[in-house]
Design a protein around this ligand. Structure first.
Ligand code: SF4
Length: 338
């Protein structure tokens, strides 16, 4: 436990094992389109490159009743979309025995255990006119029940962000990730089987300690198999305090990291284009988020799969749900007509 002295007072900076800050409502954007709702804080996985377990502490799930209350409050305030947020939403777990006695528990029965699939379903039912997204999933915690709930509810977006980090089992093991290449591919097949139209995105780190050319090619192979709709791609650098910082050598040269990152980005661009072009001539349900930065006569919004769509304004306004016919695309954006 660490204490800091401030103006003669001592302040505890240690992580509480129980505090979830459930009733603290964050300040939100004025536009009232999308609101982030935290459902779980911290992370129990100890990926060797990551500072989260040290900066945010152990996993603590938030009271489901306060989550539902906040979602309903956001709907009344005029928000259109909720993103359920956590470092690892799939490991959300709440024991009903801890629910406050004075709540009217219409949705949650006494003593019931609420996992992420149940919470997702409760939120989807509680605010049926809002879009629901969630972020971030972990490949080794995602259950079949979560996939079935996504499929079942029209207001849950058909998009999963599933960080893979590397396609090499050797590197995944050095990263202390709990999944292997084979586990990940098995899960991707299952997702596509249960939700055929589901968009997939991921995080990839290139140039992690000891990554050789063969390991890099394994990542490219995995990308070629999945063909993600989009990815967040990073070049590895040590983070102070992590296991990798203390125990592993950052031994891939900067020029190699940059070259591998360029290869990964270029491949992702071809996959993004491959995915986008499939939308042409389809009708997409779009939530309008704002005015296009490139043309003030156009709005931008997102479809269920989290693709950005640009289209002429015409008889619509920010915050509307509308149907757009996709007529063109780039690797980054869909273009359409109302
Ligand atoms: S990378 Fe994600 S799963 Fe791994 S320790 Fe960090 S927050 Fe947790």
């Amino acid at each position: 436990m660490i204490f800091l002295k401030k103006k003669g007072e001592y302040i505890s900076t240690s992580f509480s094992k129980t505090e979830t800050y459930a009733d603290i409502i964050p300040k939100r954007e004025e536009k009232k389109i999308t609101a982030f709702v935290t459902i779980i804080r911290g992370c129990d996985n100890m990926c060797t490159f990551c500072v989260v377990p040290f900066t945010r502490g152990r996993e603590k799930s938030r009271d489901p009743y306060s989550i539902i209350k906040e979602c309903k409050f956001l709907f009344k305030k005029g928000y259109k979309e909720i993103i359920l947020l956590g470092q690892n939403v799939d490991s959300y777990l709440w024991y009903g025995g801890g629910l406050k006695k004075n709540f009217k528990r219409k949705e949650i029965k006494n003593e019931e255990i609420i996992n992420f699939s149940k919470l997702l379903e409760l939120v989807a039912i509680s605010v049926p006119l809002m879009r629901i997204r969630f972020w971030t999933s972990n490949p080794n915690d995602m259950s079949d029940n979560v996939l079935n709930v996504i499929k079942k509810y029209i207001n849950i977006c058909k998009h999963i962000h599933l960080p893979v980090q590397s396609g090499s089992n050797r590197i995944l093991s050095l990263m202390n990730r709990k999944h292997t290449y084979e586990d990940y591919i098995f899960l991707i097949k299952k997702i596509k089987n249960i939700i055929p139209n589901c968009s997939l995105s991921c995080d990839i780190i290139t140039g992690f300690c000891n990554e050789n050319e063969n390991n890099h090619n394994e990542t490219l192979n995995l990308m070629n198999y999945v063909k993600y709709n989009f990815s967040y791609m990073f070049l590895y650098s040590h983070r102070i305090g992590t296991y990798a910082y203390k125990k592993l050598i950052d031994n891939v040269s900067l020029s190699t990291k940059k070259r591998r990152l360029t290869e990964i980005i270029n491949l992702q661009k071809t996959h993004s284009y491959y995915r986008k072009i499939k939308y042409i001539d389809s009708i997409q349900d779009i939530l309008i988020e704002g005015i296009s930065t490139k043309n003030i006569h156009f709005f931008y919004g997102r479809n269920s799969g989290n693709d950005i769509v640009i289209f002429p304004k015409k008889n619509s306004k920010i915050g509307d749900f509308i149907k757009v016919k996709i007529t063109n695309c780039t690797s980054a954006t869909l273009v359409g007509l109302l």
